[in-house]
Design a protein around this ligand. Sequence first.
Ligand code: ADP
Length: 538
Amino acid sequence: MTQGQMQTASLRIIDILRFAASAHPKREVVSRLVDEPLWRSNYRDVYARVGSCANALRRLGVGPGDRVASLAWNTHRHFELFYAVPGLGAVLHTANPRLSEDQIVYTLNHGGSHILFFDKTFLPLIERLKPRLPNIRTYVILSAQSSPAPYALSYEALIRQEPSNFDWPLIDENFGAFLCYTSGTTGDPKGVVYSHRAVVLHAFAAGLSGAFGLSAFDVVMPCSSLYHATAWGLPFAAPVNGCKLVLPCDKMDGESLQALITEEEVTFTGGVPTIWTMYLAHLEATGEAPGRLQRVVIGGSAVPRAMASAFKTRYGVTVLQIWGMTETCPLGVVATPTPALAERGEDAMQEAIWTRQGRLQFGIELRIEDEEGADLPWDGESSGALLVRGPWTIQRYYLQERDAARPDGWFDTGDIATIDPDGFMRITDRKKDVIKSGGEWISSIDLENAASACKGVKIAAVVGVPHPKWEERPILIIEPLTPGAVSEAEIRAHLEPLIARWWMPDRIIFDMAPLTATGKIDKKALRSRYASLLVSDR
Ligand code: ADP
C-alpha cells in the first residue's frame, strides 16, 4: 500500500469558526436573549469571545476530556459554548430542558459534568434540581446581569476579564465534542457522543447543493433547538458557508419568528413541523408575507404534504424535508430535486418531493431489510427496517459496553421505510408506532398526512389501540386550529377518497396533542390515554 503524502491535520470544530472569523469577519451574528435586547455582533467578535470563554473555562478547571453541561436556548452565548468547549478538548453536553425533571437529573448525572451553564429561564428548575446534582460544582448563568443566585457565576462577568487569545490544542479528530441524549421514549435517554470529525464532515455535507444548498448570501435561522442534535448542524454549516446567523432564543411563536424573518432578512430556516404550523397560521391570520425567506428545512417528524404545498403555492417558499436522528448527527436524507424527477414535469417532481423524506446523500448509506434480515429491493413498495451507516452514524452509546451498530457498521434506526429507484426514502412508520390491524399494517404517518390536509386541522395524530377482534385499530386525535374549526363529519368526508376503507379510524377524538421533549407527538402518552377505548367494540 502506498502511503498518502498529504497533510494529516485533524478536523477540529474550532477551525470552522476560526475560518469564518478570517474569511467572513463582518458577517453578522444576531441573537435574541432572555430578558435582554436583541444582540448584534459578527464572526470576528464572536470568535474573540469564544477565546475568552475558553480561557474562563480553563480557569474554572475544565480540561480535555471533561464534560461541560448546558441547559440553554438558541442564543449566541450557547453558540459560543458550542465552540469554546470542544475547542479546548472538552465535551459539551447539551441537556434537553423539555425532558421530564427525572430525565434531566438522570442525563446530567450520567453525563458527569462538573459545571453547568444555564439560561435565566431555568433558575427555578435549577433551584429544585440542585440537591439531586451532586457532580455539579459550578453553576454559570448565561446572562449579562449579575447573577440573582448566590451560587451561580455570571457568564459575561466571567469572560469579560479574560484575554481573547487562546492557543487551541491539537486534538485528535475522533475525540468527543458533543454529548446529546435521545429523548428516551422507551427506557432511559441514551447518550450519543459526536466526534469532531463527524461534526465537521456533517457541516460540509449539510451545505451541499443537494442538501441545504447554503451560500454566503444566505441568512440562516435555526429554529431546531441547539440542545437537540446540535440544531441539525446549522451552527456549523452556517459559518462554514459564511452565512449570517440569526438565533431566536426560545421565541418560536409565529409573531416572533416573523419579526426576525422580515427584519433580519432570513433566507433559510428550519425546525420541527409544529413550529411551522404556528408560523403558517400567523401568516394566514395577518396576511403578511415571509420577507426574503426562500427555504425551510423541516424534519423530526413527517412533514404534512399540505404544509409543504402551502409554503410553496402561497408564499413561494421551498420546503426541504429531512429525515435524521440524534444517532446520525442528525442528517440522513434531504428531499431536493434531481434531473430524473425534473424530466417528469414540475407537478410530478413537487409531488415526489413533498411525499418523501429525502434522497441519498454522500456520507450516509441506506439499506432496508425484511424481518429475516434480507435486503429488500429499492422499488418504492417494499417496506422494511431502515439501516444506516457512515462517518456521522453512531457506533456505540455513551458508557455502554456493547456497540449499537453491527460489526460492519449498519445501525438499525427503528424506522420502517421504502426506498424507490430514484434513491428517495419514505418513512412509513416508527417500528413501535406501526398499527397492526387484522394482520395487515396501517401507516400512522400516511393517515396523519391525509388528515392534516383537512381545513381547520392544526395537528392530526394517529395511534393504534387494542381491539378485541382486529388486534389493533387506528384512532385519530385532532387538535383543531380553533375550537370547533372542523367537525368529525368533515374529517371523515375528507379522508374517504384518500385512504383505503379499512384504514378509516374507528374513532375521531378532539383533544390536545401531547408533545415529546423533541417536539413530536407523544404517541406513547396517547396510546396509554386511550388504551381501553375500543375494548368493548365488536
Ligand atoms: P427522539 O429523541 O425524539 O427519538 P430524534 O431526533 O433522534 O429524537 O428522533 C429521530 C426519529 O424521528 C427518527 O428515527 C424518525 O422516526 C423520526 N423522524 C425524523 N425525521 C423524520 C421525518 N422527516 N419523517 C418522519 N419521521 C422522522
